[in-house]
Design a protein around this ligand. Structure first.
Ligand SMILES: [Zn+2]
Length: 242
């Protein structure tokens, strides 16, 4: 293959790939999918917090219940002592009654706390359920968007794959040193690694070259270097040469 023609074809494929990828990027569903995924991640973060809150509240309820059971047992045994009639000393009986009242007050207070913590658990569980519902809705919306994106973008993706295959074949057929110079220019110069000398103008940077420069290029090899932008510059292709 004539390197100048091959390089030109390679550059055409690469520009075609960039344009097609840009069109793929601009499909509105793509942006919508990315935004939706961000929202799902936010939902999941909120869900994790809500769940941690619920778990903590559940543990608090468990602790309260254990404490209540202990208090109940104590109250029962104190009551049994009083009712047994075994305590005859009025002072001792009075102390015991006072202690029993204190235990009952503690138990009432604990019951109230437990109820409010149970309400917290319920509120938190409701919140988790609502977040789950929102996440579910977002996932089904995401599926719809992906289907629409694949329908619109499928053709473009196939085109891109075919251009990539062509460019890889072209690149493999060209001298490695030339491809390396082309890639280096393409990376540093806005994706365009090669220009064509059109009259006295470089097609890549659109700069009109001084006539002595143009003459020097024309007297040189098929592939030169643009004196202005330093990209590879195709002076002529093999076909035009023949
Ligand atoms: Zn140039």
């Amino acid at each position: 293959m004539d390197p100048a023609r091959g390089l030109l074809s390679l550059s055409e494929q690469d520009l075609g790939i960039v344009r097609a990828e840009k069109r793929l990027d601009e499909i509105p569903e793509k942006r919508a999918i990315l935004e939706l995924r961000k929202r799902i991640r936010e939902f999941e973060a909120v869900r994790a917090k809500a769940e941690a809150y619920v778990n903590e509240a559940r543990h608090a309820v468990k602790r309260d219940e254990d404490e209540a059971a202990g208090l109940d047992a104590k109250i029962e045994s104190e009551q049994a002592k009083i009712l047994s009639g075994s305590i005859t000393n009025p002072k001792e009986l009075q102390n015991l009654t006072r202690e029993l009242d204190a235990l009952k007050r503690r138990k009432d207070k604990l019951d109230n706390t437990t109820i409010s913590v149970m309400e917290k658990v319920e509120t938190g569980e409701g919140q988790v359920a609502r977040i789950d519902e929102a996440i579910g809705l977002a996932h089904s919306k995401e599926e719809q968007l992906i289907a629409a994106f694949q329908e619109k973008g499928g053709t473009l993706q196939r085109e891109i794959a075919s251009m990539k295959a062509k460019r890889d074949a072209l690149s493999a057929a060209l001298p490695a040193e030339l491809v390396a110079r082309y890639e280096q220019q393409r990376t540093t110069k806005h994706g365009i690694g090669v220009g064509m000398l059109q009259g006295d103008t470089c097609s890549a940077c659109r700069v009109q070259l001084p006539s002595e420069r143009t003459q020097a290029l024309e007297a040189g090899p098929d592939i030169g270097v643009c004196p202005n932008c330093k990209r590879l510059l195709i002076v002529r292709t093999g076909e035009a040469h023949e």
